[in-house]
Design a protein. Structure first.
Length: 452
């Protein structure tokens, strides 16, 4: 079954004329959209207004902080976000800086065991903007502090569904670029229906990380898939992070033979699970649909994916869509990303870093254009609400509730020998309108409102 792809309006597909109209004359916005060459004159200088350089914009560099995982098991996500943020900063600086004269100096700190202390250190050092974190637990800790400190933070990840429903239900300075948990889970529930058919899904199982993230993802998936298909949940397993033996979960799945097995395993746990599942013929008994399996794209070996039946999501970005040969900004981003240390292929977490910086930078550029001076923290926050902007992945929107929304992607996870990494095949695209509740509506209430 092949899903009809959304229109240009849905996907953010865009031609040069429309792009130039959308970003105006900002060299920074054009560079971040991946189309800076479109605004270049014959001498290699950027055309258009780079901002007011008549003294109303400070000349000193902008001090920024990024909280992410730079090592250990979570580094498979965090380093991607770091490299994406670093490329965005590089492009801003090469385009002349914010407002045509303010370069960004990015300080990257590992989330580690005391992330709140690291965030507070950023504030004590006078950072003008912060980005991150990766962990949902960390995000729940720092979001209230962001509001107290009144310094804009654009989250790269930390995608717990309840962040803007319960933790900071009326945020002013806290924003999140990445599609959040409910969006990626609903994407995969819809993908299961698209691939198999609602009438063919009678039983489902789940194998998810044994902490709040995995528990939250399974809860949302059960709610969504039950509404879409009426399926019965026959097994739920929650292995610890880094578990070396998942055979008990695989044995249970083989015993139940569910039509669908849902998983939000990530990083090295993906390889462990897939290897052991293949060795025990699990893919003869079920089809796996996962939200974050593709996070292991650069690490999962070819033999682990051979003969598997796996579909994975890729949150707000998949490097292979639009096709790199047809979409020059995507081609340039892919080439730049894979030249960076630690990036085999850029994943959705790469775009979370790139996009968070882009959201903030283009909002500031817009404020400078409107005000004729450098904006305050409150003015930047106001500009971010409802802010739409482009990256090489397409169009993104920061909704009024401070939650970013973008198209999401899903496809069959296969190994590409030429690439030396996994890729997604036969990709489907889902618009935010299909995967996210309206602003101000709780995710659980939205799912409850679906007709069964």
């Amino acid at each position: 079954m092949k899903r009809t792809e959304p229109t240009e309006r849905d996907t953010g597909g865009i031609g040069r004329r429309r792009l130039l109209s959308a970003i105006g004359g900002s060299a920074v916005a054009a560079a971040l959209a991946g189309c800076s060459t479109l605004l270049s004159d014959g001498g290699g200088q950027q055309s258009g207004d780079g901002g007011d350089s008549g003294g109303s914009i400070p000349e000193e560099p902008i001090q920024a902080g990024l909280l992410t995982f730079t090592k250990g098991a979570p580094g498979v996500l965090g380093i991607q976000a770091q490299r994406g943020a670093e490329l965005a900063v590089q492009r801003i600086n090469e385009a002349g800086g914010i407002g045509g004269q303010r370069r960004i100096e990015l300080d990257v700190v590992d989330e580690g065991s005391n992330p709140l202390d690291s965030y507070n250190q950023f504030i004590e050092e006078g950072k003008e903007v912060t980005f991150g974190p990766i962990s949902s637990g960390t995000h729940s800790q720092i979001a209230p502090e962001v509001e107290k400190n009144e310094v804009v933070n654009v989250g790269t990840d930390g995608t717990v569904t309840t962040l803007y429903e319960e933790t900071v239900p009326d945020p002013t300075y806290s924003f999140r670029f990445q599609n959040y948990d409910i969006m990626e889970v609903v994407t995969m529930a819809r993908e299961a229906v698209e691939r198999i058919g609602a009438d063919e899904i009678e039983t489902v199982a789940g194998v998810n990380p044994g902490y709040s993230f995995g528990e939250d993802e399974m809860r949302v998936f059960k709610q969504a898939i039950t509404k879409l298909t009426g399926a019965e949940v026959v097994y739920e397993g929650f292995p610890e992070l880094g578990a070396s033996d998942m055979s008990n979960h695989i044995t249970s799945i083989n015993s139940e033979q569910p039509d669908v097995t849902f998983s939000s395993l990530w990083g090295g746990d993906v390889t462990t699970f897939v290897r052991q599942a293949s060795a025990n013929d699990m893919f003869d008994n079920t089809t796996v649909f996962g939200t974050t399996l593709y996070s292991a794209a650069g690490d999962v070996p070819a033999d682990a994916l051979a003969g598997t039946d796996i579909y994975s999501g890729s949150r707000n970005y998949y490097w292979g869509h639009p096709a790199l040969g047809n979409w020059q900004p995507g081609r340039e981003l892919f080439d730049a990303a894979t030249a960076q240390d630690g990036v085999t292929v850029p994943t959705a977490h790469y775009m979370s870093g790139y996009g968070a910086v882009t959201a903030w930078a283009t909002a500031v550029e817009k404020a400078i254009d409107l005000l004729g001076t450098y904006p305050s923290q409150g003015q930047i926050a106001q500009m971010l609400e409802g802010h739409g902007f482009f990256t090489p992945a397409g169009y993104h929107n920061m909704a009024e509730d401070h939650q970013g929304s973008s198209n999401s992607f899903a496809g069959a996870m296969v190994y590409d020998d030429d690439l030396g990494a996994a890729r997604l095949d036969d990709v489907n695209i889902y618009s935010a309108a299909e995967t996210a509740p309206p602003p101000g509506v709780a995710g659980s209430a939205w799912l409850d409102s679906w007709s069964s």
